[in-house]
Design a protein. Structure first.
Length: 371
């Protein structure tokens, strides 16, 4: 069976401090590794950071841009240079590539999500390696992925990947930052992200001077990807050959075990493609019915409503303590739910004065996340 790999490499691995110029030896090694894997029969997607860092180097800027407009301009300069380097190196190995620039908005609407999915599948069927980055030049704040770790996890979910490799500037996840704490302990396997809390792992959110991510974003990405059934590995970016060794069974990096994969692409879209606009807090009976019984959500199980949303918007379903259990498309507006929360189904029409669906979130439009 052909396996699909998504490989994300961060700015800290692609560039050389302090100026932010390209680390060509690392990029060449990455290109050689991915080309080798492609020729071995794997389907490969590369999610590459670095556009802003490369743009800064070309423009002689010593610090990362702080304003959105300047960052977008610098990204436009850097993206062209970055893809040119990739194209030259991959072409030398006779490996075709494609540039795919995405914003979160491309994954929010169902039709555009399906279009993106079909494009990826056609590229992979053609033997092409798509090189993906956030479209920094046009993305607006409310429709940004925020970091390429999140983008890579969403792409892995979108294409139904088997593996997600997060290449970074440390060799694996540690109990604390090994650059600051000599007593930091390495972590080889994480069966579920919730384990990190019991292990008292200190996950920092500080990235490199040129990057936007830290270990926190990688753990969050692992949570998204494993929730979509994708095995995720955090490993050292300066040695891309480790990917081949890991696929052969070597115990390198930190492995996050995949959870049961959502049954359909639609469920994956609901879980990870949409941007929730509100939250519904549920009582214990509703939580049990959804998690254990596979039931739809009824108004009677809702104890609180948060946010301002309309019919068919995405919402997060939480227990009464705020722990996320699921996501879904809602059949009521927040205004309507404020009136009918906690009510039995037969009482809804008299309260609202018009007929409404029996379910607040139908089970076909609901997927468990347990984040």
């Amino acid at each position: 069976m052909v396996q699909t790999l998504v490989v994300k490499i961060g700015t800290s691995s692609l560039t050389r401090p302090p100026a932010g110029g390209l680390a060509l030896s690392t990029i060449a090694s990455l290109v050689e590794t991915l080309s080798h894997l492609r020729h071995q029969g794997y389907r490969v997607v590369l999610v590459s950071s670095g556009a802003v860092g490369v743009g800064c180097a070309r423009l002689g800027l010593s610090d990362r841009p702080r304003t959105i407009a300047l960052k977008q301009a610098v990204a436009a300069v850097g993206q062209g240079r970055l893809i040119r380097v990739y194209d030259d190196l991959f072409t030398a190995l006779q490996q075709p590539i494609a540039q795919v620039l995405l914003t979160r908005g491309d994954l929010v609407q169902r039709t555009s999500y399906l279009n993106v999915e079909r494009t990826f599948q056609e590229l992979l069927n053609l033997g092409v390696i798509p090189i993906v980055n956030e479209n920094d030049t046009v993305a607006v704040d409310e429709l940004r992925f925020g970091d390429n770790d999140t983008l890579s996890a969403l792409v892995a979910s979108l294409v139904g990947a088997d593996w997600l490799f997060l290449l970074t500037d440390v060799d694996r996840l540690y109990s604390a930052d090994p650059r600051l704490d000599p007593n930091a302990q390495p972590i080889s396997v994480v069966n579920h992200v919730d384990e990190l809390k019991s292990l008292q792992v200190q996950v920092g959110d500080r990235g490199s001077n040129w990057g936007t991510g830290g270990m926190q974003t990688k753990v969050s990405a692992a949570q998204i990807a494993t929730g979509a059934g994708v095995r995720t590995v955090i490993t050292e970016g300066r040695t891309p050959q480790n990917i081949v060794k890991i696929l052969a069974g070597a115990s390198i990096g930190t492995h996050f075990e995949p959870q049961p994969r959502p049954a359909s692409a639609r469920k994956r879209w609901i879980a990870h493609g949409l941007v929730p606009t509100g939250k519904l807090y549920l009582d214990e009976g509703a939580v049990n019915a959804i998690c254990s019984g596979g039931k739809s959500l009824l108004a009677a199980g809702i104890i609180a409503v948060e946010g301002n949303f309309d019919h068919q918007d995405a919402v997060v379903l939480c227990d009464r303590n705020g722990q996320e259990i699921a996501r879904g498309l809602v059949n009521y507006s927040s205004f309507e739910l404020e009136k009918v929360k906690g009510c039995q189904s037969e009482a809804i029409e008299p309260l609202l004065g018009y007929s409404c669906p029996e379910t607040v979130v139908h089970r076909d439009n609901l997927t468990l996340t347990g984040l």
